[in-house]
Design a binder for this molecule. Structure first.
Ligand code: FES
Ligand code: FES
Length: 157
């Protein structure tokens, strides 16, 4: 099969590689680049587990052809890692509030909340629930996740 050249910024670094035109971003990230923090769940745009930030906006990477990332910036959960090993306030808050159980939804939740707090540093509960509504959690009942986002918002203010 023919390939196309793809260049984009991934977690702050420029990457260039050849991909099949039908490669999905979730597969490029997980299988091509080893970034398994991005989860593959339903692969139908329903569960949100595959969420990454594309130019800062949460997107379902299972629906996104990798070539759509051309010239753009992709952030995965691995991109939140700091060089000194410390955690982002959202990551601290998810741990502190017990908002991660099996953890399958957690990268998507944290990335989606990252985008929310960037645009709305002091969201109310309804705004948090609305922002996170595209990501399904089967474990927590959502209340602890909402609390974690509120805690992180306070920590950042
Ligand atoms: Fe992408 Fe479920 S795996 S929305
Ligand atoms: Fe298990 Fe959310 S912590 S799906």
């Amino acid at each position: 099969m023919s390939t196309v050249e793809l260049s984009f910024k991934l977690n702050g670094r420029e990457v260039s590689l050849s991909v099949a035109p039908d490669t999905l971003l979730v597969d490029l990230l997980r299988e091509g680049l080893g970034l398994t923090g991005t989860k593959a769940g339903c692969r139908e745009g329903e569960c949100g587990a595959c969420t990454v930030l594309l130019d800062g906006t949460p997107m379902n990477s299972c629906l996104l052809p990798a070539v759509k990332a051309q010239g753009r910036e992709v952030t995965t959960i691995e991109g939140l890692e700091k060089t000194d090993g410390s955690l982002e306030p959202l990551q601290e808050a998810f741990m502190g509030e017990g908002a991660a159980q099996c953890g399958f939804c957690t990268p998507a939740m944290i990335l989606t909340a990252t985008a929310l707090l960037k645009n709305n540093p002091d969201p109310d509960e309804g705004e948090i629930r609305h922002a996170l509504s595209g990501v399904i959690c089967r474990c927590t009942g959502y209340r602890k996740i909402v609390q974690a986002v509120q805690t992180a918002a306070k920590a950042r203010s």
